[in-house]
Design a protein around this ligand. Structure first.
Ligand code: FAD
Length: 307
């Protein structure tokens, strides 16, 4: 068996693997796709100490760093089941089973998409999912935020300080965001909130976003809003479907509950990155979390292994 087996090959998983291998213990990493969400990212300006990089470039350096160590990397395999009886077993969709004394879950998350025409075509060309990442790219421009929950209203308040104007489009007739956030957003002169708005299309000029079209769900009328950026804030879905029948405790949103050391409810099982209850989801945060989980797993091993 492995001493540490990491499930997931994004920034959290790669960082956990390097930290584990540097302890000289038998380390494995299994992932559907090495690099995770970073592979889908165009420009990255907040990976501290690197003023600008691009997703695939950062993933190539991650891969190179992982390759410096004796890590058993298995890609294009998905974990389907976790069981624990002393050793932890990860059953893969292919039917194979990997065994380890400790496991670090780093399967990440994915942004919920609007599924409207133009969204995919203009992803990274005006359609964005992360205000902390892409907000400054729209300095002085008009943007829209889709979604009136906490993340949407937080995004609107955040963006209002950077961009010229923010239009929030909420599908239902009420905002789900906390009252204090709603009050703050409504107090800002450059934020406008539209209710009952079903976004139907992202409009572009062939190379970048120029606006969006929405239907007023009360009147059925179609309207256009001219914006350079569209921040989609309708949910982040943790990749934990495969853990639903396991003993790993998840929140009602499906996030893995962890403590300050990355420990889950199952002894020997740790977790890191976007898949967990960590409050902010960023590359630099995921890497730190991967290191934390890895050091905690090592600490667990030296306390529980005889030899
Ligand atoms: P992920 O990157 O999601 O990696 C998850 C890994 O788990 C992948 O290898 C995946 O294949 C694997 N996996 C999932 N399920 C299974 C399974 N069942 N079995 C095996 N493997 C599995 N953050 C920034 O800091 N700056 C930015 O500029 C930035 N821009 C972004 C732009 C976009 C478009 C997106 C989508 C995200 C952006 N982020 C940015 C967020 C950042 O990418 C994430 O916070 C970070 O990638 C999370 O790392 P992670 O390792 O926790 O998970």
């Amino acid at each position: 068996p492995y001493e540490v087996l990491i499930v997931g090959g994004g920034p959290a998983g790669a960082s956990a693997a390097i930290y584990a291998a540097r302890k000289g213990i038998r380390t494995g990493l299994v992932a559907e796709r090495f690099g995770g969400q970073v592979m889908d990212t165009v420009g990255i300006e907040n990976f501290i100490s690197v003023p600008y990089t691009e997703g695939p470039k950062l993933v190539a350096s991650l891969e190179q760093h992982v390759k410096e160590y004796d890590i058993d990397v298995i890609t294009e395999q998905s974990a389907a089941k976790l069981t624990s009886n002393g050793l932890i077993e990860i059953e893969l969709a292919s039917g194979a089973t990997l065994r380890s004394k400790s496991v670090i879950l780093a399967t990440g998350a994915r942004w919920r998409e609007m599924n409207v025409p133009g969204e995919q075509e203009y992803r990274g060309k005006g359609v964005a999912y992360c205000p902390h990442c892409d907000g400054p790219l729209f300095k002085g421009k008009r943007v829209a935020v889709i979604g009136g929950g906490n993340s949407g209203i937080e995004a609107a308040i955040d963006l209002a300080g950077i961009v010229e104007h923010v239009t929030v489009l909420e599908f239902s007739d009420t905002l789900r965001a906390d009252e204090v956030l709603q009050r703050k957003a409504r107090s800002l002169p450059n934020v406008n909130i539209i209710m009952n708005a079903a976004t139907t299309e992202v409009r572009g000029d062939g190379s970048k976003v120029v606006g969006l079209t929405y239907t007023d769900r009360k009147t059925g009328e179609s309207h256009q809003v001219d914006v350079a950026g569209i921040f989609v804030q309708i949910g982040l879905i943790p990749n934990t479907d495969w853990l639903k029948d396991s003993e790993v405790k998840l929140t009602r949103f499906g996030e893995i509950e962890i403590d300050a050391r990355g420990a889950t409810s199952v002894p020997g099982v740790f977790a890191a990155g976007d898949v967990t209850t960590v409050p902010f989801k960023q590359i630099t945060i995921s890497m730190g979390a991967g290191a934390t989980a890895s050091l905690a797993a090592f600490d667990h091993l030296i306390r529980t292994s005889a030899g």
